[in-house]
Ligand binder design. Structure first.
Ligand code: ADP
Ligand code: ASP
Ligand code: MG
Length: 443
């Protein structure tokens, strides 16, 4: 290729041709800590610049500054505890608009052509479930055009537009989902999630310093981890990534933006945790992670008539109120006439759940309700469980050795969860982490 031909190519492509690299398309997402103030936004922008300079096409998705969304939610509740959900969305979506604009300004100042896009401007279309909307469609035309022309579009995370034209938000932590959805829409090669930890750990590093970074984790395990309490990625974002095969790289915003990039497994590439297809992972652990979810309320219906249709009536009533039930246990009755049913719901749904069950008494005959809030659910997760027997038994033994009582148990193909007293939650996580050999070697 001649010099003149090179010059006529868009900026990113020129660099790629020059370096002989394949041009990748990357969506990068910056969480709240990564854009907490203008200085942090500048730092985040240097990560973007590094990718652009390497010849990649980049789109950015931003969260609000950390703490901002909480503040906005507080203002809404102060104005009226019983507010219109559409106005809630108008207010709380505003945090992302600020950071998108600031990021575009900073990138432009660095010489990278950039502009901000609100959800409705892309557009990111959602359903009308205000406060917990689901993305239905993203039109990639404008984003593709901008990136093709060497621009970096900066998109507000967490928000979209309802069929009515009103602003929606996707639920707390929703910027991860925005990023993955944008990555799927523009057919990105990768979606990089910049956060305040340098990857996905075997357990929340705030619970134990012995937590170890995983270089790779499968979509399925990550989905279980996110569902069971690891808030590093929003559940829906992992579902979407799995469905559209978007490889996620969870990495730290605090890494030196100009440092040479190392891969999760130490080879040249980039540091962090790659969330990918199970087939890409050579060594499958029996247990890859331990999670903790606090605030689980337990509700027991005593002396329930043991006859067909009872469980359907109880859980049907709860489903009608959109109450998500988690663990369920029904005992076998001694004489075939009366039984107990126990289930858990999030603490935030406790009052509504108890009220719903009381109201369903006409259809469900039961004695009394006994219930408590504030339980802790501890789970061990690993794809290796599929082919190894005895993980649940060993988990119960490890907890028994610490004198921790188990109240409820649920299992699936790749996880075992127990409900315990919150007082023992962190002790249980640490004990299981050590028991399954997950502790960092030098801790
Ligand atoms: P962001 O604002 O960037 O979206 P979040 O606070 O939502 O960041 O997610 C990052 C946090 O997730 C970390 O600070 C960490 O404490 C927490 N976390 C919980 N479980 C894990 C885990 N297994 N691995 C890594 N981080 C975890
Ligand atoms: N700002 C939103 C929140 O705090 C969305 C996000 O950060 O992912 O929940
Ligand atoms: Mg988050």
């Amino acid at each position: 290729m001649s010099r003149a031909e090179m010059k006529s190519l868009p900026r990113g492509l020129t660099a790629a041709v020059f370096r002989g690299l394949f041009l990748a398309r990357i969506v990068v997402k910056f969480g709240g800590t990564s854009v907490a103030n203008v200085e942090r936004i500048r730092r985040a922008a240097r990560h973007v610049k590094r990718e652009v300079d390497a010849g990649n096409q980049v789109a950015v998705v931003v969260s609000a500054m950390s703490g901002k969304t909480n503040e906005l939610v507080g203002w809404v509740n102060d104005s009226s505890p019983l507010h219109d959900a559409r106005e809630y969305d108008t207010v709380v979506a505003s945090g992302e608009q600020v950071t998108a604009g600031l990021m575009a300004i900073v990138l432009s100042e660095m010489g990278i052509p950039s502009r901000s896009f609100s959800g409705w401007q892309v557009p990111i279309k959602t359903d009308d479930a205000h406060g917990a909307a689901r993305i239905t469609e993203i039109d990639p035309t404008e984003l593709n055009k901008r990136m093709g022309d060497g621009w970096v579009p900066v998109i507000t995370g967490f928000q979209g537009v309802a069929p009515s034209g009103r602003i929606t938000t996707l639920g707390r932590g929703g910027s991860d989902t925005s990023a993955v959805a944008v990555a799927a829409a523009v057919k990105a090669d990768r979606c990089d999630i910049y956060t305040d930890v340098d990857g996905v750990y075997t357990t929340d590093p705030r619970i134990t310093p012995r937590a170890r970074r995983l270089s790779k984790i499968s979509f399925e395990e990550m989905l279980e981890m996110a569902s069971l309490g690891a808030k590093v990625l929003m559940i829906r974002s992992v579902e979407l990534a799995m469905a559209h095969k978007v490889r996620l790289l969870v990495r730290s915003t605090f890494d030196d933006p100009d440092a040479p990039q190392l891969a999760p497994d130490g080879t040249p590439g980039v540091p962090g945790t790659l969330v990918c297809d199970e087939d890409e992972i050579m060594e499958k652990q029996i247990v890859s992670g331990v999670t903790l979810a606090r605030g689980e309320a337990k509700i027991t219906l005593r002396d329930v008539k043991d006859k067909p249709g009872v469980a359907a009536a109880v859980f049907g009533a709860l489903a009608d109120e959109s109450i998500v039930v988690d663990m369920i246990v029904q005992n076998v009755s001694d004489d075939g006439s009366l039984t107990d049913i126990t289930f858990t719901v999030p603490d935030s749904e406790y009052d509504k759940a108890v009220h719903t069950i009381e109201a369903a008494r006409a259809n469900v005959e039961f004695g009394k309700i006994s219930s408590s809030k504030g339980g802790a659910k501890i789970s061990v997760i690993g794809v290796g469980m599929r082919s190894h027997a005895g993980v649940a038994a060993s988990m119960f033994k490890a907890l028994a050795d610490k004198g921790i009582n188990i109240q409820l148990i649920t299992t699936s193909e790749i996880k075992t969860s127990v409900l315990i007293d919150d007082e023992y939650a962190e002790l249980a996580v640490r004990a299981l982490h050590t028991y399954y050999g997950l502790d960092k070697e030098d801790a």
